[in-house]
Design a binder for this molecule. Structure first.
Ligand SMILES: [Mg+2]
Length: 231
């Protein structure tokens, strides 16, 4: 062990393979609820949904829309693109998505091996996530990740989202960690990396797609396994 004692991990898109899980959940829901009402193949609908969903999440992160707006709006807007205007159905789709999404099992490659090994090396590990409290706990339990973590900090519980320093300070207090002995691992330059920088915590930017940027995180990895070479 080097200078770090506490490792803080982001969950969605870092450990939990959000894209793969979301696509699988949407495929099931599309077959059940939307295919009978729409004449588009799943792939076409899903491509539109991914784009619409990204925009709604941006708006939610910037506090332009509420949790409830986000929950239903992304589906009603996606459906409207293909001429289906039905708020009741959109609400049903949203409910089904929230119900089954968190139970999808896919993790980013190497997640279990890396977390297990880091635990063996004596690191104290925690989660800091901007997701919803109930949903994130289901994901952690269903994907068998919970056992690696001491504290699970959600934005809902902390009352602030990354990159707001409030959620990081809350995490330090809960875990009795100090920024100087901690590392944040996450896929979001805006939320995870900038957030950690603001509170003086080192950062490992998980950038599996090699998205170009001009920032200088402490570390950058393309695969979770690379963390084992750093820590
Ligand atoms: Mg993330």
């Amino acid at each position: 062990m080097g200078i770090y004692k506490h490792l803080f991990f982001d969950l969605d898109h870092t450990l939990w393979d959000f894209e793969k899980n979301s696509a699988q959940a949407m495929r099931n829901i599309f077959a059940d609820l939307l295919a009978p009402r729409m004449k588009v193949p799943f792939e076409v609908f899903h491509e539109a949904y991914v784009e619409v969903n990204d925009r709604w999440w941006d708006a939610y992160r910037n506090e332009l829309v509420s949790k409830e707006d986000l929950r239903v709006g992304r589906f009603s807007e996606s459906m409207q693109r293909f001429g289906l205007v039905d708020l009741i159905l959109a609400d049903e789709v949203a409910t089904a998505y929230t119900d089954i999404g968190p139970y999808m099992p896919h993790l980013h490659e190497g997640a279990h091996e890396v977390l297990h090994e880091l635990g063996e090396r004596g690191y104290i590990m925690h989660i800091i996530t901007n997701g919803f409290e109930e949903v994130q706990h289901i994901k952690l339990r269903e994907s068998d990740l919970k056992k690696y973590f001491i504290e699970i900090i959600t934005s809902e519980e902390a009352g602030a989202k990354k990159p707001d320093p409030i959620i990081f300070e809350h995490a330090f207090k809960r875990s009795r960690a100090d920024a100087s002995e901690s590392l944040m691992v996450g896929d979001s330059m805006g939320a995870d990396i900038h957030g950690a920088m603001k509170v003086g915590m080192d950062q490992a930017y998980f950038n599996p797609k090699g998205i170009p940027h001009t920032e200088s995180p402490t570390y950058e990895v393309k695969a979770l396994k690379e963390l084992l070479g750093i820590l």
